[in-house]
Design a protein around this ligand. Structure first.
Ligand code: NAD
Ligand code: GLY
Length: 380
């Protein structure tokens, strides 16, 4: 008799709320995934401190802050909030200081919790504040974008940007809990939903060809925000992220697979000017370029590249590479932090659903991808 496949991170499925465990010994934590999650059941038992600082932004707070304040107040917690200006442009040390100011002004002590209520920008900043305030306090993630639910809220990377580089100042700080509530996604702008789907598709391309098929069958429902489909996509994505993080918390090895599409994508983001393309959009086109190069190397088929393009297109993601030119592209990629020892390492597809990190590729083929020589890409 064949044994059922056991997913080691999957702990339980109850009342349509699914639980994953990020297995990091004494720093292990649960991810609860569902819709309209009960805060009494899923949040309050995990808040051990009396003081809770909610960090959010001026878009998310008017929509969702009150519910969290009320739930925490009803449990006798002392709650304060710090509302940051919205946007990547404010992911700075100046904004971080606002969080420290709020913590100090409200006389928060070492035994407090910082709760991030927002997308990846808020989560990264609140996490860094939690990592450094009084040398580290408890941290909880309530991610409100699809991207933050499937990626940034899990794994403990936190930080802010420096004017000369993105995410250059930060720390690893694992949360105590991640609450991924699909109902929060109802207000998310369409473009942000698509950007999050790019990261979901990334997990399928890296390590789960069956998930790729599932996404192809369900992309229309995901785009219509069917909450059960979204919960399934978040669950499967977080399963992959939890497994990769548990095996390589500090990115000494396989965690870098999560950067599929990012080296090309960062170059596109930087060429277009930050904010012009969303990160997930640039990653989507970057994944297509990685697939194109993988096909030129003979690792996957041109039909596989076409398949990836169709899925990205169905998720309303850009599938046309901006006309950057190979020289400019190379120099923008050379600035990427994944250039180690002067040698460019890329995450490529050894086959569909199996990514590798490699510097073993023919540079001429990379140039063909950057120049968009037939077959895989289209450039404007
Ligand atoms: P974001 O946090 O800027 O959110 C996108 C936009 O959606 C913002 O305008 C935000 O205010 C708004 N928003 C958020 N939730 C909403 C909701 N429920 N309803 C309506 N509007 C909502 O962007 P993001 O894509 O969530 O995150 C991107 C950031 O995450 C980048 O700074 C990136 O560096 C970081 N990131 C970090 C990691 C990590 O491992 N720590 C991984 C990936 C990305
Ligand atoms: N988003 C990449 C990582 O968490 O490692």
């Amino acid at each position: 008799m064949t044994q059922p496949m056991i997913q080691p991170e999957a702990v339980s499925i109850s009342n349509a709320v699914r639980t994953l465990n990020v297995a990091l010994n004494e720093r292990s934590y649960p991810i609860f995934i569902g819709s309209e999650l009960s805060l009494i059941e899923y949040l309050l038992p995990h808040v051990s401190s009396r003081q809770v600082m909610i960090v959010s932004n001026d878009v998310v707070a008017p929509l969702y802050l009150e519910r969290y304040v009320q739930a925490l107040n009803s449990a006798g917690k002392t709650v304060a909030s710090c509302i940051l200006p919205d946007g990547e442009a404010y992911k700075t040390l100046d904004s971080l200081k606002l969080v420290f100011d709020a913590l100090m002004q409200h006389r928060f002590n070492r035994d407090c919790t910082v709760l991030a209520l927002g997308g990846g920008v808020v989560g990264d900043m609140a996490g860094f504040a939690a990592a450094s305030f009084q040398r580290g306090v408890d941290f909880i993630q309530v991610p409100t974008t699809l991207l933050s639910q499937v990626d940034s809220s899990v794994g403990g990377k936190t930080g802010v940007n420096h004017p000369l580089g993105k995410n250059m100042i930060g720390a690893f700080k694992q949360p105590k809990l991640v609450l991924a509530d699909m109902s929060l996604l109802s207000t998310l702008p369409d473009r942000e939903l698509s950007a999050g789907l790019a990261e979901v598709i990334k997990y399928a391309l890296i390590g789960d060809v069956e998930f790729l098929g599932w996404l192809e069958s369900n992309v229309d429902g995901l785009m219509k925000r069917d909450s059960q489909l979204l919960a399934e996509a978040v669950f499967r994505s977080c399963q992959h992220k939890a497994r990769i993080v548990a095996a390589d918390e500090h990115e000494q090895g396989d965690r870098a697979l999560l950067n599929l599409g990012h080296t090309f994508g960062h170059a596109i983001e930087s060429f277009m000017g930050y904010g012009e393309w969303l990160h997930g959009e640039a990653v989507a086109t970057g994944m297509l370029m990685a697939a194109d190069l993988s096909a030129r190397l003979g690792w996957i088929l041109n039909e596989d590249v076409a398949r990836i393009r169709r899925l990205l297109f169905a998720a309303k993601l850009p599938v046309v590479v901006p006309n950057i030119g190979s020289d400019a592209f190379l120099s923008l990629m050379g600035q990427d932090k994944k250039v180690l020892d002067g040698q460019l390492r890329l995450v490529l597809l050894k086959k569909m659903g199996q990514a590798i990190i490699t510097k073993e590729f023919d540079f001429q083929l990379l140039l063909q991808t950057l120049q968009n020589k037939e077959p895989g890409l289209e450039v404007v």
